[in-house]
Every structure is written in C-alpha cells, then in structure tokens.
Design a protein around this ligand. Structure first.
Ligand code: SIN
Ligand code: MN
Length: 254
C-alpha cells in the first residue's frame, strides 16, 4: 500500500498520518479473536495496570501468535514505513496491543517514544515509526492518543524518567515543555473506526487520558526501525525491544 505525495507531505508537516479503512472488519475480527487467549496469559509480556490486574499492554505478539506474525509483515504497514523512513531494511522493534479497557484503562503521560528508545536501548537516531491499527472505535470518550502537531520538528525535547504515574516506566515530557509546544501546534486526537491506521514518528509528543467510558479502546502497535539504526544496549527484555535485527520481509499479498 503506497502513500501518495499528499499523504507524505501531511506526515512531514504534522508528524502523524491517519488512514481510514485500511484493514477490513473481517481483518479486525480475526485479530480480536486472538486477544482473549493472549491477554489471559500470566507472563512478563503482559503488563497490568497500576491500580488493577487488567492487562494494559500485551507485548511480543508476533512471537506468541501466528496471525500477528503475519501482521508485522503486512504490506499495509511495512510499505508506508519504508516510504516514510526512506529505508528498505526495517526490523521489528516492538509489537503490542495497548488495551485501555472500559472504565479501567489508565493514562499515558506526555512523552515521545525516542526518549525511551534512546535512553533505555541506545537507539542512535529518532527514525523509528509507530504503526497503529485501531481495533475498536476510537472516540473522544475512550482515551484516544493526543498529539501535538509539529512537535516533531524541533528535535528531541528534554525528558525525565517517570516510574510512578503508571505501571509502565516512561521517559516523559514535563508540563513546562508541553505548554509552549501545544500553544503553537494545538492538540489533535485522531479518532476513527476499527481498521483505521495511524502512523507517527519517534519525536512526536503524545499522551492519552484514562478511559472512563464503558467502551474499550484497544490499539495494535508495530514499531519498525531501520536496521542501520538498531539498538546498541540490551538492557530491556526482548519483548520491549526485539533483538532480531533481520529486515522484515513483506508478505506478498494482503
Ligand atoms: C504509547 O504512547 O505507546 C501508548 C499510548 C496509548 O496507548 O494511549
Ligand atoms: Mn508512545
């Protein structure tokens, strides 16, 4: 699936891109069907919320389930990533579903992903892309991701490690940094039906609030990073940053 020049310009300007109707209802139903078994496992790949036993993030999915093994090679994800990064050789850095279940899904603080990739994993440059697929309707009510358009343009902002706000340690961006960026670029929360693809880069400042609605907000996320930019320190477990730097081989049909 090739992006148009207009889509590439939108991505370059805003730092993110929303693509409705990329995956069909049947595709999403097939992914959905795999989740109860995966979420039911008690394993280090399943992170739970700070305030409950509910799964917040289920990682390493392509090594745990054959459908997700195929999905990380899907041209609808891999081809746009090669276009945006300008790299044909990308490796699978992280594969997860962020669940944000009804009533219990907790916040993600303001951050950008490169801070963690750089500080924890020694990734040299902010080249990785985060490719999301909405598995539920993402609305203003169920804790959508919130972006600061254009926040990717200034390069990496200052960050600090936050190990207390949620169950997942995160290098976060302080309010003093968020304020001027948001006053300049505004805030946007991309919404959409299941099957929507959302792409954003490693220095895009984003966060999301708790899900107080009765509807889940599950999102599949694949991080692809150029092989030439792979991690240089191996502190975190494999499921948080995979160590197989072999270029992902695109499936021939989707
Ligand atoms: C993330 O920033 O990695 C997760 C945000 C979310 O799922 O709301
Ligand atoms: Mn993030």
């Amino acid at each position: 699936m090739r992006l148009t020049d207009e889509q590439l310009s939108t991505y370059a300007r805003d730092g993110f891109l929303v693509l409705p109707d990329v995956f069909s209802a049947d595709d999403v139903a097939a992914m959905d069907a795999r989740l109860p078994a995966l979420f039911g496992e008690r394993c280090p790949e399943n992170f739970r919320e700070r305030s409950s036993d509910v799964v917040r993030t289920a990682m390493g999915l392509h090594l745990r389930d054959d459908l997700f093994a195929d999905l990380v090679r899907d041209p609808r994800l891999v081809e746009p990533a090669t276009q945006i990064t300008g790299h044909d050789d990308l490796y699978v850095q992280q594969v997860k579903v962020n669940a944000k279940e009804a009533f219990t899904g907790e916040q993600w603080q303001w951050h950008y992903d490169f801070a963690t990739h750089h500080h924890e994993d020694g990734v040299p440059e902010p080249l990785a892309l985060n490719m999301h697929i909405f598995l539920d309707d993402v609305t203003e009510f169920n804790g959508p991701l919130v972006f600061i358009p254009g926040s990717h343009l200034d390069g990496p902002a200052p960050t600090a490690l936050d190990t207390v706000s949620t169950s997942y340690p995160l290098w976060t961006v302080g309010n003093d940094v968020v304020r001027p960026l948001a006053e300049r670029g505004g805030l946007v929360a991309p919404k959409g039906a299941p099957g929507t693809v959302l792409i954003f880069g490693d220095t895009m400042v984003h966060g999301s609030s708790a899900n107080m609605s009765p509807w889940a907000r599950r999102i599949f996320s694949l991080i692809l990073n150029p092989v030439s930019n792979h991690q240089t320190t191996m502190n975190r477990p494999d499921h948080q940053h995979h160590r197989d730097f072999a270029p992902v081989r695109m499936l021939q049909s989707a």
